[in-house]
Design a protein. Structure first.
Length: 364
């Protein structure tokens, strides 16, 4: 049984709760190693039923039986033929469960209501929770950190290959498609999110969708990309210019880089997330661009590309050793374009361990 599973069972015992139903895909993988993907919120590849004591269950259907048995050897694999809820209705009475915790944030509202109705008929108390397993995931183990480092380095290798071939006249969509094809060719399981390539004025949209716009010489191009490798994600943004940039582009890229360096310098265990965000944000504010930096400075990365902790003005939580976060300040000017630079770091006692080695954004 894995360390993460034993820690979770200890939490359930401490809270005097009998079992947890895990339906979040990342949490399911984290606890079991079962890597099947859900095709939609309404169609799950399975769920975990983890008692406070004893061997846990992996509940799935015939399509995933062999994969579940191979990847989650410490779990008892139980198949359902009429759906998860019907199986739970049949299983739970024989397990002596009186309090069942379930992940309310990872279940459709209608499914949650049906589950509660079934539990009440069985005289089992339903206990909705959010973030129970995520709290265990927030600090990465040495093995997880190594997988994240590998994902970041693969991401950079893909970017460097694409960057060498970038040329005016290519469309945003062509570049994005080539990035994702190269990820897979180099061994990634796929992108960790839909690749962003935003040229010229499209860069003013932080989450722009690549289109048919032709990339032009001298304009900023925001490329935000990430790979998934061994289940773990990377996330990196570069702003590049093909040809000679004008003075405004140079000014903004250097300003965003100063903000990033200032944010990085503020990171260490014990510092609040909002303090790191504030340090970087003040650089941009003093330069007169405060209203053009509207998102948080960064976010956690792991099995999900966006997870705790958040680096923003609202989060008062303190950073802890082993957390992995992005530092990605940006400036977005409607009608002109945008600049964003993003690196990933590991929080240590003394400061950040910057995972990224690529320095393409320093060319300007």
């Amino acid at each position: 049984m894995t360390d993460s599973l034993m820690r979770l069972q200890a939490v359930l015992q401490r809270k005097q709760q009998d079992a947890l139903l895990v339906t979040n895909p990342e949490n399911r993988y984290y606890l079991s190693g079962y890597s099947a993907h859900d095709t939609s919120p309404a169609e799950s590849a399975g769920a975990l039923l983890i008692p406070a004591r004893g061997r846990p269950f992996l509940l799935t259907d015939f399509r995933f039986q062999l994969q579940a048995e191979a990847e989650a050897a410490s779990f008892r694999v139980v198949l359902y033929r009429r759906g998860l809820l019907a199986l739970l209705k049949r299983m739970l009475p024989g397990l002596g469960i009186k309090k069942l915790v379930f992940e309310s944030h990872a279940m459709l509202y209608g499914t949650g209501r049906q589950l509660c109705e079934i539990l009440q008929k069985l005289a089992i108390e339903p206990i909705p929770v959010t973030g129970l397993v995520e709290k265990l995931r927030i600090r990465k183990s040495a093995g997880e950190l190594e997988k994240i480092r590998q994902a970041v380095l693969l991401n950079e290798a893909v970017f460097q290959e694409i960057y060498a071939e970038l040329a005016p006249g290519q469309t945003e969509r062509q570049v994005a498609n080539k990035i994702e094809a190269t990820m897979r060719a180099k061994g990634a399981e796929g992108p960790s999110f839909a690749t962003i390539v935003a040229s010229g004025p499209n860069g003013a949209q932080p989450h722009a969708v690549p289109g048919h716009r032709l990339i032009r010489p001298g304009e900023p191009v925001v490329i935000d990309m990430g790979v998934r490798l061994h289940g773990y994600c990377s996330d990196m943004t570069r702003t590049v210019v093909l040809g000679r940039p004008d003075d405004r582009t140079v000014e903004l890229i250097r300003l965003v880089r100063r903000a990033q360096l200032t944010g990085l310098a503020a990171i260490r265990a014990g510092v609040t997330s909002r303090a790191v965000d504030k340090a970087a944000r003040e650089v941009i504010t003093r330069a007169g661009y405060a209203k053009y930096f509207g998102h948080g400075l960064g976010h956690g990365v792991g099995l999900a590309v966006h997870e705790a902790p958040a680096l923003n003005r609202r989060c008062r939580k303190k950073l802890q050793v082993g957390m992995v976060v992005t530092v990605e300040p940006g400036i977005y000017l409607p009608g002109w374009g945008g600049v964003r630079l993003e690196n990933m770091v590991i929080v240590t006692e003394s400061g950040p361990e910057i995972i990224n080695k690529d320095s393409t954004f320093l060319d300007i």
